[in-house]
Ligand binder design. Structure first.
Ligand code: ADP
Ligand code: ZN
Ligand code: MG
Length: 659
């Protein structure tokens, strides 16, 4: 398969979309936060000021000095305070004054009294009382009404306020629990009861291959006995893979609807929460309910949408990783191993990122079946448009086929949106029926949006892609021992792939000859060669092809000893260190050659690629009319299948390929 990566890059999809976490109203929060922070700053600031100021005016003296000053008769009055003993040199106010507000138990300075004041740190010393009695010093404990309130604030109100504040942040991050904080373990899957799912396969169009595979799943659910009697194992997990909006969720519902079984739907994002263990508990709970449902009735489907949210590979978690997600994933694996599909429980899951899934999820007995839900082709798009315009009053002049033709790369969700948009435009224009013009306008609107997301390509680019892919396909057909072309497509797929040529090996290959490796390079270079022949210029579309071709050439020289100078010499040594579970088949290689050899390798790689490119170009040049013909059909129909391709190239092709 040759996927063409456009060099543009940018984030491929914004998955999650409407299922993403709901954010709270930010306005409600800022006021709360602001006043709390403000109060905290105020309090800390004031006490700091108080502290600094106090210590400047009334420096603390040693306890022994304090006693000496009493004994010397200097201190005539002592305030016994929790924080300090304060000695005054005058006797005037025999009663304690009403103090200015006090913070942190420190008394504020008394500006009016210019008398000398001594402070010392209190010590529980009964001799002091005796000493004061002896010298006729007035002494009293200060009752601090002011500080009682502050004490209360500090010991109770602030901690509680702080706790509530933190708690609300946590609650917000945990999503919408509706205030019920004790419902951690409960799952939030929407449970649609048996037979209640109204969706049928007839509601889904343009995904015929996926439908065919899922019809079998429906059959498992309806008549499991048919399969178990013969000793067959019913699959437990089916993974729907495809770009967003292609109808994966719709298909899962249709399976439940067709089979007439209960349907439990939950999004992967719903499992993963703030607290470790919550997701795992939810998984456990979900399966418990599902098993109960399945054993009590005809069957049950558990549908986990956006599986990648929990199923991300654990191996990519460098440095710790996400405990919560891992636990959730582990629990899911345990549950999947733990039930028996004969009980009528089948797990469906959907993802648009199969590449990031943990390999453990894809092992036999888990999601070992994968169903590709691809973007619809021309015919599929027309059918989807028909389904969605069933209840819309269309003018007889509307040509849905034309609409389909101008919506290349659109997924089902986009098309449903277009029909709706067209109907709204008709209403706005005061028309009784939807006209073609409404559709054109709706498409324009949607295209503008999709272009921003890099999902729609311009007509010129489409032409380049068509010739590029045709180049791959023709070279594949003309190369001995090359895998036959199964499908050519110029329907843009996710991740920047603008088109693809799918080659299917007829048999497992364990060894490859030098010529076959060169043949692989040829096929990879066919795309760019066709571009150069037809357009006289080359594009970035071949980046991925070139990387692969270069890699093969390098391996030929370095690993397989296929260069002239280092014939039968391996230039790398297999290291002992493995890269870990993720790539058990990829031992680490160590470079074992000089810089001069490196230069030879670089030059020879360039030489091989150059030579093959020249060969490929002349092969294609000789068949330019065929190139034009196939690319023309591709531009028209968007996909060419194996049969059609074979008939197109028949007679002109190396016939040993697909014998
Ligand atoms: P996914 O789960 O693959 O992201 P959905 O199943 O949620 O996509 O599709 C969203 C909506 O788009 C569906 O509810 C349906 O109205 C429409 N849609 C998507 N694909 C199709 C299709 N193949 N046939 C008919 N309608 C579709
Ligand atoms: Zn390519
Ligand atoms: Mg979905």
């Amino acid at each position: 398969m040759n996927n063409d990566n456009q060099g543009k890059g940018g984030p491929p999809f914004n998955f999650g979309g409407p299922n993403g976490p709901k954010l709270p109203d930010p306005k409600k929060w800022s006021g709360w936060k602001f006043s709390l922070v403000y109060i905290l700053i105020l309090i800390v600031g004031m006490s700091l000021f108080n502290y600094v100021f106090m210590s400047k005016v009334n420096p603390v003296i040693d306890y022994s000095e304090f006693k000496q000053r009493i004994a010397a008769g200097e201190i005539k009055r002592v305030e016994l305070d929790e924080a300090y003993f304060i000695g005054y040199v005058d006797k005037v106010p025999t009663k304690p004054q009403i103090k200015a507000p006090i913070l942190f138990g420190l008394s504020a300075p008394e500006p009016a009294a210019a008398t000398t004041v001594y402070r010392t740190v209190p010590i529980n010393d009964s001799a002091l009382v005796a000493l004061m009695d002896e010298h006729g010093v007035d002494y009293y404990a200060v009752s601090r009404e002011g500080s009682a309130i502050l004490n209360f604030i500090f010991t109770w109100v602030l901690p509680i306020a702080f706790f509530i504040f933190i708690w609300r942040i946590l609650m917000r991050r945990m999503g919408n629990f509706g205030g019920n904080v004790l419902s951690f373990g409960q799952n939030r899957s929407a449970i649609v009861a048996e037979g209640d799912v109204k969706t049928r396969f007839s509601d889904v169009a343009g995904a015929d291959e996926a439908k065919d595979e899922l019809i079998e799943v429906v059959d498992f659910l309806k008549t499991p006995k048919k399969y178990t009697d013969i000793g067959g194992r019913i699959p437990k997990g089916v993974l729907l893979v495809g770009p967003p909006g292609t109808g994966k969720t719709l298909l899962a519902r249709a399976v439940a609807g067709e089979a007439g079984v209960a349907f439990f739907r939950m999004s992967g994002a719903d499992f993963v929460e703030m607290f470790v263990g919550v997701g795992a508990a939810r998984v456990r709970d979900l399966f418990k309910q599902a098993r109960a449902k399945a054993s009590g009735s005809k069957g049950c489907i558990v549908f986990i949408d956006e599986l990648d949210a929990i199923g991300k590979s654990r191996l990519n978690n460098i440095g710790g990783g996400n405990d919560e997600r891992e636990q959730t994933l582990n629990q899911l694996l345990v549950e999947m191993d733990g039930f028996d599909a004969t009980g009528g429980l089948i797990v469906l899951a959907a993802t648009n990122r199969p590449d990031v899934l943990d390999p453990a999820l894809l092992r036999p007995g888990r999601f070992d079946r994968q169903v590709l839900v691809d973007k619809p082709d021309l015919k599929g798009r027309e059918e989807i448009l028909k389904i969605h315009s069933k209840d819309v009053k269309l003018s007889p002049a509307v040509d849905l086929a034309a609409v389909a033709r101008s919506t290349s790369g659109f997924v089902g969700a986009d098309l449903a949106n277009i029909v709706n948009e067209a109907a709204l435009l008709a209403v706005r224009g005061g028309r009784m029926t939807v006209e073609q013009q409404d559709f054109s306008e709706a498409i324009e609107k949607t295209v503008a949006g999709l272009q921003k997301k890099n999902r729609v390509i311009k007509p010129e680019e489409r032409r380049i892609v068509a010739f590029h892919e045709t180049g791959h396909a023709l070279v594949a057909a003309l190369t001995p021992n090359s895998d036959p072309v199964q499908k050519i497509s110029i329907i843009p797929r996710g991740f920047g792939a603008l088109g693809y040529t799918l080659q299917m090996p007829i048999e497992d290959r364990y060894l490859m000859t030098e010529d076959e490796l060169k043949g692989k390079i040829d096929v990879l270079l066919g795309g760019r060669a066709a571009e150069e022949i037809v357009f006289g210029k080359i594009s970035t579309g071949a980046a991925n092809d070139l990387a692969k071709a270069t890699d093969i050439a390098r391996k030929m020289i370095v690993d397989y000893g296929m260069s002239e100078r280092f014939r039968h010499v391996a230039l790398t040594r297999r290291g002992l260190g493995m890269l870990g579970d993720s790539a058990p088949q990829e031992p680490m290689f160590q470079r074992e050659y000089s810089d001069a050899t490196q230069q030879y390798i670089d030059e020879t790689i360039a030489g091989i690629v150059e030579a093959q490119y020249g060969k490929v170009k002349s092969t294609l040049l000789a068949r330019q009319s065929l190139l034009n013909q196939v690319a023309g059909i591709l531009l028209d129909k968007e996909t060419i299948d194996e049969k059609e391709f074979k008939s197109l190239v028949a007679g002109d092709v190396y016939s040993g390929a697909a014998a």
